[in-house]
Design a protein around this ligand. Structure first.
Ligand SMILES: [Zn+2]
Length: 359
């Protein structure tokens, strides 16, 4: 009998070990494009905003139309494919884009604010924190999935974050979390292109298992009312993503075991006219009426709407279901892509998006 039990145990142990062991060497890259609307991602440039002199310099109009709307460069694909060719190439490479409301896909933030700190907190922790009501430099009391990972076996020193917004160290809480923000030029915030360069260099030289890159020019230019520059920033971000993915595919450390997730912290107003320059809920406008160039007590409907793109070995096509997908599902998705148990991080976090499977 004992011999039989031992034989059974020997049979079971490897099976259990297989089920429990985190997948060897799965890696994750998360990139956010601050306040980038699904409208530009999926539809491409909004012609009314390109033709509006308040938002697009008249000298730029023809260039923009040729490059990204009607010219030969835009012919390759409809809508946003000319503006973001890399992102729109993902489905053909086994990746996915979700959040196209023109195709009845819904994705939105679950926090009540519809601006940056609450959005990044939701992305990084898997839940909205109603106590976060400003972008002030407050050390985040919540533990992000970056911080949780940094204390897991195999991840210490292997979770790196880059961003050109000086609130990221507070949201990621680099004092406490063990996740350095902008290592190599700590505390300094260079142009976005230098931030991109630093992230690419870190990927090549430091080989992090988790890399986060927070890009902010899209939001900065939009707040200035520069639609031409906003489109330029979106296009440049797409170039960066293409370069990042080329580097992943060329590096045996990353190739075939890296999941890339691209998303945004919030959308922007969708009403005609100047609403696109702003974002925020009625509640956030009530809290800070002076913080908006168009003080609208109703807030900026549409800025709760977000999107997500993903590619990698853990990403597969799956029915999205009828319910609107939530920003609070991104943390669990990221952990699932890494082969980690998201419930061990936070059982109350939003469940992984159905397009991610654990490997
Ligand atoms: Zn903003």
């Amino acid at each position: 009998m004992i011999r039989l039990l031992m034989a059974l145990a020997l049979l079971l142990i490897p099976a259990l070990a297989r089920a429990e062991a985190p997948a060897e060497g799965q890696r994750l890259i998360l990139v956010t494009m601050d306040g980038t609307r699904w409208q530009e991602v999926f539809r491409g440039p909004d012609k009314a905003l390109v033709e509006d002199k308040r938002f697009t310099h008249p000298d730029m109009r023809e260039l923009i139309e040729k490059a990204w709307i009607s010219g030969p460069g835009a012919k390759k694909g409809a809508g946003g494919a000319a503006l973001m060719p890399f992102l729109h190439s993902l489905p053909a490479r086994g990746g996915l884009l979700v959040g196209n409301r023109d195709e009845a896909q819904c994705m939105a933030v679950t926090n009540p604010m519809w601006f940056s700190y609450p959005g990044y907190n939701e992305i990084f922790t898997g839940r909205a924190d109603p106590a976060i009501t400003s972008n002030d430099k407050n050390w985040n009391r919540n533990v992000t999935f970056f911080e949780w990972l940094a204390h897991r076996p195999g991840f210490a020193g292997k979770v790196l974050a880059f961003g050109n917004w000086d609130v990221f160290p507070y949201i990621i809480n680099d004092q406490r979390s063990g996740v350095p923000v902008n290592p190599g030029f700590a505390g300094r915030y260079p142009t976005e292109t230098l931030t991109m360069r630093a992230a690419l260099d870190a990927l090549r030289e430091k080989k992090p298992r988790v890399l986060y890159v927070g890009l902010g020019d899209t939001d900065e230019f939009a707040h200035m009312g520069r639609y031409d520059d906003t489109l330029g920033a979106i296009n440049r971000n797409d170039d960066f993503l293409a370069e990042l993915w080329r580097q992943v595919e060329a590096d045996p450390v990353y190739r075939g075991k890296t999941t890339l997730i691209v998303t945004t912290d919030h959308g922007r107003g969708s009403a005609p006219g100047a609403a696109w320059t702003e974002h925020g809920s009625a509640e956030s406008v009530r809290l800070d009426p002076a913080g908006f160039t168009i003080p609208d007590p109703a807030g900026f409907p549409g800025s709760e709407q977000i999107w997500l793109a993903a590619i990698g070995p853990t990403v597969h096509d799956a029915p999205l279901g009828a319910a609107c997908l939530g920003q609070n599902q991104i943390a669990a998705s990221a952990l699932t892509a890494l082969g980690e148990d998201w419930r061990a991080f936070d059982a109350g976090a939003g469940a992984p998006l159905p397009i991610f499977t654990r490997r």
